[in-house]
Design a protein around this ligand. Structure first.
Ligand code: 13P
Length: 261
């Protein structure tokens, strides 16, 4: 383990309405409390759909649950005639801390290219949100270019041309491992995370690279999380499907139990 605080992030994608969201967060908190979880040992963040954010914010605020709140996307624009879009300022007002940018589902279904991802990263910085910049290669890219080339390229593109970098997180999610049950090996994940960190050090500074949390995502479950987090290169996980089940996600949050430090 490094001295970076591990981040366990649950991306709910387009699942759970606001009532179901409340039920899940309550159950997750009860499960963790029952297990005597040390909330300070790891940062836990949930990324519900936009329509759930207010309800989840109210709940974690009222019950003092030590979870961070994340959104799944934001607009690159400030405000105005952009029907259906959500501004960073709206998210900030709801105490949202993190925002996913460039998730592979946005890149592929909504044609978000590196330029859009860079602009959304800028919008997140502008509003004091921490962008969780998602990067990863498709199976075809893996075969043609190896594992690290595309994630490194996407990382550098998202971080280019900012007057100043705010805090950010990188999530390495090989596209072929998302929702497929196919998982990168812990060694593969650690190698790519290490290459991303090296590239950040070269393009920006060793200090920025050392401070940045780099996560792995793609078919993470309670049963395989410890393998990824054994490496000092991997600072947490971004979890899709398994974050919808309170007990399973609590098992992931409590990964340290499975690692002999
Ligand atoms: P799964 O954990 O369902 O593979 O999804 C990963 C993901 O896309 C998280 O953002």
């Amino acid at each position: 383990m490094s001295n970076r605080l591990p981040l366990i992030a649950g991306n709910w994608k387009m699942n759970l309405d606001h009532q179901q969201a409340i039920a899940l967060v309550q159950k997750l908190a009860w499960t963790l409390n029952d297990a005597g979880h040390d909330y300070k040992s790891v940062e836990t963040a949930v990324f519900p759909p936009f329509t759930d954010l207010r309800s989840v914010q109210t709940l974690i605020d009222a019950d003092k649950i030590e979870f961070s709140l994340g959104a799944q996307d934001l607009s690159k624009h400030e405000s105005g005639a952009f029907t259906g879009e959500i501004a960073g300022s709206f998210l900030k007002k709801l105490d949202v801390k993190f925002v996913l940018v460039g998730h592979s589902e946005r890149r592929s279904y909504h044609n978000e290219n590196d330029e859009v991802v860079q602009a959304k990263t800028a919008a997140a910085f502008k509003h004091g949100l921490i962008p969780v910049i998602c990067v990863g290669e498709t199976l075809e890219e893996l075969e043609n270019e190896g594992a690290a080339a595309v994630p490194v390229r996407q990382t550098l593109a998202a971080l280019a041309n900012h007057a100043e970098l705010g805090e950010f997180v990188i999530a390495y999610e090989p596209v072929w491992a998302i929702g497929t049950g196919k998982v990168a090996t812990p060694e593969e994940a650690a190698q790519v995370c290490a290459k991303i960190r090296e590239a950040i050090a070269d393009a920006h500074s060793p200090e920025v690279a050392a401070a940045t949390r780099i996560l792995y995502g793609g078919s993470v479950k309670a049963a395989n999380v410890a393998g990824f987090l054994k490496s000092t290169e991997v600072d947490g996980v971004l979890v899709g499907g398994a974050s919808l089940d309170a007990e399973e996600f609590a098992g992931i949050v409590r990964f340290q139990k499975h690692i002999s430090l």
